[in-house]
Write a protein that binds this ligand. Structure first.
Ligand code: 5PR
Length: 381
C-alpha cells in the first residue's frame, strides 16, 4: 500500500482508537488535541465485548487487565431491595470495569508506540470535505482521511454544516472517582458483596440513584443521577451530602469522599446526525452519536466505530475513500442508531430500575465484535 495519511481531531477514546487502528494498517497519523496535556478527565467506564475485542486486537488485553476488574455480579436494587443479580459472563457477555484515565493512558501509549504523532495544544476549528483540517492558528493540514472525533460540540462537524437532532432526557448525572472504602462499607452492610456493580435506584420519595462501580482494587467509580429539575439532587460542584446520605445511608463513606471533589452535572443527551461522513471526513464518537449512558455504550460505540472505520478505509482505494466512508456508515451505523434509541428509551422510562437488563436486544451492542469479519452474518437484528 502506498503511504496514506490521516489527520484526526480529538485525542479521546474515539480519536485514539482510530489512530491506533489506522497506524497498525500502515497509515501515517497525526492527532490534534486542543488540551495542553494528553489526559482524560472522566471517571469510570464499563467495557463489553465490543471494545474488549478491539483492545485485544491491539494487543492490549494484558495491560488492561493489570488495573481493571471483572465484578462478580451486576446487581440492581430498588429502594435498597435487590431486584436482580446478573453475571454477564455467565450470560456470555465479556465485560470489565476500569477508570477512564487508565484506559486513556493505555490507548495514548499504544498510539505513540504505533508511530502516531499527537499534537497537544493544537486546536481544530473546522474541516473541508476535500480533506483538510483547519487549525486555530490559521493553518491547514491536508490528508487522505479526516476524522472528527472532537466531541459533542464538534467543530469538525459544525464547520461542514452537518445538521442533527438532539434530545435531552429529564435526568442527568455527576460522576466521581473515589477511594473504595470497602472495609467501611462492609461494616455498614456486612452481607453485601461490595465488589459488585450495584445500581442503587431510588424513586420514592424522590428520584436519586447511585450507580456504584468498582474500577480496580483502590478506586470506585460512583455516579449520582438526579432529575435536572431537582436543584438539591443536581447541585454541583459540591454534592448535597445531606440529601444523598438521607436516601443512601449505606453509602455514606463513599458519598463523603465524593463531596470532597468538584463535580459537574451532565444532562443526558442524544445526537442524531443527518450524515456521519462528508467527502473525506468521517465523524465518530460523541461528535457523531452522543447517547444516554444507560447501556454504558457511549465510549463503546465510539471505539467500535473507530475500529471499523479504519478497517473500511484501509480496504478501499485511496481515490474511492468518500464512497468507502458512505458504505461504512451504511453498514455500521444502524447498530449505533439502535443503541442510541434503546439507551434514550431507558433514560426516558428509567427502565433500568426494573433490573434484568441483560436480555434480548439490550445485549446487541455489548455482544458486537467489530473485529469479527463475519459479524454481519450473525447480528441479532
Ligand atoms: N451505566 C453506566 C454508567 O456510567 C451510567 C449509566 C449506566 C456504566 C451513567 O453514566 O444509566 O446512567 C446510566
Amino acid at each position: 500500500m502506498t503511504s496514506r495519511h490521516a489527520e484526526i481531531s480529538g485525542a479521546g477514546f474515539a480519536g485514539l482508537t482510530a489512530a491506533i487502528a489506522l497506524a497498525q494498517r500502515g497509515w501515517s497519523v497525526r492527532v490534534h488535541e486542543k488540551g495542553e496535556s494528553l489526559r482524560e478527565q472522566g471517571a469510570g467506564i464499563v467495557l463489553w465485548q465490543n471494545t474488549l475485542s478491539v483492545l485485544d486486537a491491539f494487543g492490549l488485553s494484558d495491560e488492561i487487565a493489570e488495573r481493571s476488574m471483572v465484578p462478580p455480579f451486576y446487581e440492581t436494587r430498588m429502594q435498597n431491595t435487590i431486584v436482580s443479580d446478573e453475571d454477564p459472563l455467565a450470560l456470555g457477555i465479556p465485560w470489565r470495569t476500569m477508570t477512564r484515565p487508565f484506559l486513556h493512558s493505555v490507548l495514548s501509549k499504544a498510539a505513540k508506540a504505533a508511530g502516531v504523532e499527537i499534537a497537544t495544544g493544537s486546536e481544530v476549528v473546522g474541516a473541508t470535505e476535500a480533506g483538510a483540517l483547519k487549525l486555530a492558528d490559521g493553518s491547514e493540514v491536508e490528508a487522505d482521511l479526516i476524522v472528527g472525533a472532537d466531541g459533542v460540540a464538534s467543530p469538525t462537524r459544525d464547520s461542514l454544516g452537518i445538521g442533527y437532532d438532539r434530545w435531552h432526557a429529564k435526568d442527568g448525572i455527576t460522576r466521581f472517582l473515589v477511594p473504595r472504602r470497602k472495609e467501611d462499607l462492609q461494616k455498614i452492610e456486612p452481607d453485601t458483596e461490595w465488589d459488585n456493580v450495584i445500581d442503587f435506584w431510588n424513586l420514592e420519595p424522590r428520584v436519586l440513584r447511585v450507580l456504584y462501580t468498582p474500577a480496580n482494587a483502590e478506586e470506585l467509580y460512583i455516579a449520582l443521577m438526579a432529575p435536572a429539575d431537582d436543584a438539591e439532587g443536581s447541585a454541583v460542584p459540591t454534592i448535597n451530602l445531606e440529601v444523598w446520605t438521607s436516601i443512601h445511608p449505606q453509602l455514606t463513606p463513599v458519598l463523603e469522599e465524593a463531596a470532597k471533589i468538584e463535580g459537574k452535572y451532565f444532562r443526558y443527551q442524544t445526537n442524531r446526525l443527518e450524515t456521519w461522513t462528508k467527502g473525506r471526513v468521517a465523524l465518530i464518537g460523541d461528535a457523531a452519536h452522543a447517547m444516554a449512558p444507560a447501556l454504558a455504550q457511549g465510549g463503546g460505540c465510539a471505539m467500535m466505530n473507530a475500529y471499523t472505520l479504519a478497517e473500511a478505509v484501509s480496504a478501499a482505494e485511496v481515490g474511492d475513500l468518500p464512497d468507502a466512508l458512505t458504505e461504512w456508515e451504511r453498514i455500521e451505523r444502524p447498530y449505533t442508531d439502535r443503541c442510541q434509541d434503546r439507551s434514550q428509551n431507558f433514560a426516558d422510562t428509567r427502565g433500568m430500575a426494573q433490573g434484568g437488563q441483560f436480555v434480548g436486544e439490550s445485549n446487541e451492542t455489548a455482544l458486537y465484535d467489530p473485529t469479527d469479519p463475519h459479524r454481519h452474518d450473525h447480528a441479532i437484528a
